[in-house]
Design a protein around this ligand. Structure first.
Ligand SMILES: *Cc1c(COP(=O)(O)O)cnc(C)c1O
Length: 477
């Protein structure tokens, strides 16, 4: 370490009282709540102490001048005043991005939220009878209409839907499931774990790659309570494989008087094979094949709010409603409203694709994404060809959220590279932008996938590219 020893450095750190009384803090942070100022001071001072403690021979000494410390505090206050959860721009090309809030809601849905959120509603009030009603009726009818199911209800998310369904149908009984379907989703949802929590006992059949109807049939015993099928959301098994179709499982269930449940994961209401994508099974298919219970997420390919939708027979859905767990997993009025409005858009498939952002992004043609990318470059304007390059290239978007893991949608990307900065540094610049722009890095190229950038965000992205370019130019000289 240079010259000074650590204890003298520690002594140089300004005192809290001294800082609080300083005119600059008093003026600049006038009106800022005192607890916030104190928190900022403590965090900055702790940071300095930590740096001194860990300081090594070659390190620069931290700047402990009073004014420099005050600068840091002012900056920290402004950082702490920023909301933690905020809007980011998704330029990753992953449409249902689990880390970025999955599905954006439709403008049509958002327009209805304000009035309901800021006022009272008939959430649990029957306007015909003037008596207490059920919160689920608002979405049950439309779910039945769209899917052909006998009954429906909604809980907090699909994990909750699976949990409460298993707990209701198969507590203390055995649930037969194919070994190839014991999936893990996003690290925190594992079928065997959820099964254990529900009080059901798991009985695995088949092998990793092959399961036949005989495997299920020979596993059925007096203790069996349910046959379960789980959609392989985020992986595929290819090669020498065999699995049992839901319809076959239903036939087997009927023969033995056992209910059959399917966890669809994403849950599509639209047959995407007509839009040139590999078909995901639709919810309507599962109901038509006779599943007694079907569960799926509201915020994956459905494009609505976070929730778990449960469809099924009147008898089972009614038992699920009466389960105390449902009370603990219930959804609030904003979720019900968002889901109601999203589902109503599905009455007309064209409307749904036009107005539900997730569907619109999935179905947007390559040509249309390319035109959007060209518009973006137009907004960026001229960029000298010295040491940086900003241009278009082709690539692939993904659906994400555990649907069609292998499906790649051809897309148009803006690639950014520099002779001065590695792609990881470019990525960091955009991530620290306000609003943050999240991009992807491939082969030392920083890439903005235009498919997931919303139309109204194009100007902001163009501005960020220009600012990055200016900064890069000034650093290059
Ligand atoms: C995503 C998924 C879940 C969990 O759904 P959440 O809505 O995230 O709780 C459960 N099962 C399958 C098959 C999934 O794909």
């Amino acid at each position: 370490m240079k010259k000074k020893n650590k204890s003298s450095l520690f002594r140089e750190i300004p005192a809290v009282d001294h800082l609080l009384e300083s005119p600059r803090i008093k003026e600049t942070l006038f009106g800022t709540p005192r607890p916030l100022v104190l928190r900022a001071i403590h965090e900055v001072l702790d940071g300095l102490r930590q740096r001194i403690k860990n300081i090594a021979e070659a390190d620069d000494l931290p700047d402990l001048a009073f004014d420099a410390v005050v600068d840091q505090i002012v900056e920290r206050v402004s950082m702490l005043s920023e909301p933690r959860l905020r809007h980011v721009i998704n330029a990753t090309g992953v449409i249902v991005h689990t880390n970025l809030g999955r599905s954006p809601l439709s403008k049509r849905v958002i327009a209805r939220l304000g009035e309901l959120a800021g006022g009272y509603s008939n959430l649990e009030y029957d306007l015909d009878d003037g008596k207490r009603g059920s919160r689920y009726v608002h979405v049950e009818d439309i779910l039945k209409e769209l899917t052909g199911a006998e009954a429906a209800m909604v809980v907090n998310n699909n994990a909750a839907a699976v949990l409460v369904a298993l707990n209701t149908i198969a507590k203390d009984r055995e649930v037969i499931i194919a070994r190839s379907e014991l999936v893990e989703i996003g690290g925190s949802f594992r079928i065997p774990e959820v099964m254990r929590r529900s009080g059901a006992r798991m009985f695995e059949v088949g092998t990793t790659n092959k399961t036949t109807i005989k495997d299920y049939e020979s596993a059925i015993e007096a203790r069996t309570g349910l046959l379960l099928k789980v959609h392989k959301s985020n992986f595929q098994i290819v090669g020498f494989t065999e699995e049992v179709d839901l319809a076959e499982l239903v036939t087997l269930g009927r023969k033995h008087g056992l209910p059959v449940m399917e966890d669809l994961g994403s849950g599509c209401l639209i047959d995407f094979s007509t839009y040139g994508l590999r078909g995901e099974p639709t919810v309507q298919d599962s109901i038509a094949k006779g599943a007694d219970i079907v569960t799926f997420s509201g915020d994956k390919m459905l494009g609505g709010p976070q929730c778990g939708i449960i469809l099924g027979t009147r008898e089972i859905v009614s038992a699920i409603r009466q389960n105390q767990l449902s009370r603990a997993l219930r959804v609030d009025k904003l979720t019900i409203l968002s889901l109601q409005e999203t589902l109503h858009l599905y009455r007309d498939e064209k409307q749904a694709i036009r107005h539900i952002p997730t569907l619109r992004m999935i179905c947007q043609s390559y040509g249309s994404v390319r035109r959007k990318a060209r518009r973006l470059l137009g907004m960026v304007g001229r960029i000298g060809k010295d040491s940086v390059s900003v241009g278009l290239c082709d690539g692939f978007s993904r659906i994400g959220g555990g649907a069609m893991p292998l499906e790649e949608i051809r897309s148009c990307l803006v690639s950014i590279s520099s002779r001065v900065s590695p792609a990881s540094k470019i990525e960091r610049f955009f991530r620290s932008y306000n609003p943050p722009i999240i991009m992807r890095v491939e082969k030392n190229l920083a890439l903005l996938d235009v498919r997931t950038i919303q139309e109204k965000e194009l100007r902001t992205v163009a501005k960020a590219i220009r600012e990055w370019y200016q900064k890069e130019k000034s650093e290059a000289v």
